[in-house]
Design a protein around this ligand. Sequence first.
Ligand code: ZN
Length: 128
Amino acid sequence: MIIRKNDQVVLLKTITGAEGVDRRAIGKEEKGSVARVLRVDRETGRVVVEGVNYVYRHVRRSQKHPQGGRVAKEAPIHLSNVALYCGKCGGAAKVRFKINEKKDAAGKRRREVLRLCRKCGEAVGGAR
Ligand SMILES: [Zn+2]
């Protein structure tokens, strides 16, 4: 999967979430805005993006929420609504993968997977 946790992504669509939700991070849900990925679900192909798609969750009484009630929370959105953000191009990036074989201090071989922006060739996000 191209998108990973903590990546910066660009919204390709405006996603507003539930009506009437008190949004903590206003302005992140417009098409074209850039935000951080909090969670990736490989199975469903969905991502949770910081400040995007707030909905109400009804929670039971617990230590954290002694009263229970409604909590505004980001809900997952589909991967197709986001693209990796390239800081150099200042926009959505299509990426190609590059694998570097390296040897670490102990002489062990390590693979480093880089994602390079197809437009400018810059590495996007971190290596893994
Ligand atoms: Zn780029």
